[in-house]
Write a protein that binds this ligand. Structure first.
Ligand code: BEZ
Length: 208
């Protein structure tokens, strides 16, 4: 095993970090990366991370020359150019824009679910805003309905950038919003997720 030359600022519960970890597994690059775990929240930042990423967000990836990449989309793109297997982000053509758009919609689920987590876990109860929470839930439902009705077959074609994003989004909903019961309303997604969640990359990166 070679010495890791990259450092990933990491938290085991972050679904954005999980996307990067899944890609590292899928592309055989795990041993290139040392994990540096940071405990942080929007109101409890990490000074060390802020020095490398002014946005104060994980994941961030420090390269061998000391430069730092963020956010998860940039890191995924970088890592996908660093292996010799089939790219997980199509390099060109309509497939590129379609798969990146599906990945972006998966990120929208994650943004809404993480904001919901902050609102319900971090924000003092008397300051919570139910209408705002409902709007996040609506966004998640719209995105799930789109994947169910318009993209289930496409997701099943290839475990690539789009599929990794959706799988990590569904895993995060299971972790933080089990009461959502998304499987009842989205049976095709549920069947697909049951299969892809058995992949070694998904099993090895289950959030804790
Ligand atoms: C979480 O614990 O839900 C979480 C952790 C890091 C980033 C985003 C969410």
């Amino acid at each position: 095993m070679s010495t890791p030359s990259l450092t990933l600022f990491h938290s085991p519960a972050s679904p954005f970090v999980r996307k990067v970890m899944v890609l590292l597994h899928e592309t055989g690059q795990l041993d290139r990366v040392a994990l540096h775990t940071v405990a942080l929240s929007p109101v409890n930042p990490s000074a060390e991370l802020n020095a490398d990423n002014p946005a104060g967000k994980i994941p961030a990836l420090r390269l061998e020359d000391g430069s730092v990449l963020h956010d998860s989309r940039v890191i995924l793109d970088y890592l996908d150019h660093q292996h010799v297997g089939e790219p997980l982000i199509p390099r060109d053509g309509t497939a590129r824009w379609r798969r990146l758009t599906l990945a972006s919609l998966a990120d929208a689920i994650l943004d809404a679910a993480v904001l919901t987590r902050y609102e319900t876990f971090l924000r003092p109860e008397e300051k919570r805003w139910d209408g705002w929470l409902a709007a996040q839930k609506d966004k998640i439902e719209r995105a799930l309905a789109y994947f169910e009705q318009d993209a289930a077959a496409e997701l099943a074609c290839h475990f690539d950038i789009a599929a990794i994003g959706v799988a990590c989004a569904l895993g995060y909903l299971d972790l933080r919003q089990p009461e959502l019961g998304w499987r009842d309303r989205y049976p095709r997604l549920a069947a697909w997720y049951a299969e892809v969640s058995q992949r070694p990359s998904m099993q090895a990166t289950q959030p804790t």
